[in-house]
Design a binder for this molecule. Structure first.
Ligand code: ATP
Length: 259
């Protein structure tokens, strides 16, 4: 179980981005975190995986517990060792390296069983097995996303943080990524899925959280969220020009009052 309690994060000592975020991800589940650009989703993931420091950010308040153990003061390698890996936004792969070399780098923290772990990745993504000697830079966007996910999986995490895996991909590929996330979860990995594609994320998640301006503004079962007209309107781009989910709610309320 991942528990985030009242987390606050500040960049460069002054810019407060997370303003008291609390969130639970039960072991074995998929939880979706939705939010528009700039809401603070990536910042939350950086805090979870110990990567804030490299961005001049720090946790100024709150706690993060993974399976009951505090991890908010740990550095990134210790967090990976505790079983949590992150797939960064923008499918960062080493473009000059081959697919296999990328996977070997992903497994640098676990020399033992690395080949076996890489074979498990090939089993999950047969296309990567076919392309193992190809240079990563020549892969399609979808394949690079799979490689980025594969790299994180080589560490055999019990907990996977996925930052917008569907970003910029064609609908057919998004569907594939979605199915793979389900498979990863069925193999025993808990998933926190950050997405702007609300329909995709909520269709496989148990629970959804909506973040806005560094705060959680909604938290409920994914099925209920999928039925929520406001969520659908805003995240499917039918937000009547509203610039945020909360604005949309106010806008609609005003419209109801005025009509
Ligand atoms: P996106 O989907 O665009 O990545 P997000 O919800 O993931 O959005 P963040 O990337 O966490 O949002 O950004 C939240 C806010 O924090 C933004 O206003 C952003 O400009 C600011 N921010 C992010 N990184 C830094 C940094 N290193 N220094 C200062 N401000 C930052």
């Amino acid at each position: 179980m991942l528990q985030v309690k009242n987390l606050e994060v500040v960049y460069n000592d002054v810019i407060q981005v997370l303003k008291g975020v609390s969130l639970d991800v039960p072991t074995g589940s998929i939880v979706a975190l939705l939010g528009a650009n700039g809401a603070g989703k990536t910042t939350l993931l950086r805090a979870l995986s110990g990567l804030l420091e490299t961005h001049d950010g720090q946790i100024t308040k709150g706690e993060i517990h993974l399976d009951g153990k505090p991890i908010h003061r740990r550095k990134a390698p210790a967090i990976v060792a505790a079983g949590m890996s992150q797939v960064l936004e923008g499918r960062r792969v080493f473009t000059e390296f081959t697919v296999e070399e990328n996977l070997r780098v992903g497994g640098h923290t676990r020399a033992k069983g690395r080949t076996e772990a890489i074979n498990e990745v090939y089993d999950l993504f047969p296309i990567l097995a076919d392309r193992k000697r190809s240079t990563a830079g020549y892969l399609s966007g979808g394949e690079q996303q799979m490689l980025a996910m594969g790299r994180a999986l080589v560490a055999r995490p019990s907990f996977l943080l996925l930052d917008e895996p569907s970003l910029g991909l064609a609908p057919r590929i998004v569907q594939q990524i979605r199915d793979i996330v389900v498979q990863i979860n069925q193999r025993g990995t808990t998933v926190l899925l950050v997405e702007q594609n609300a329909t995709m994320a909520l269709s496989i998640a148990e629970r959804g959280y909506v973040m806005e301006n560094g705060k959680i503004v909604m938290d409920k079962p994914a099925a209920e969220m999928l039925d929520d007209d406001d969520i659908r309107d805003f995240y499917l781009g039918r937000g009547d020009g509203a610039t945020s989910y909360s604005n949309l709610k106010h806008y609609k309320r005003r419209k109801r009052w005025l009509s």
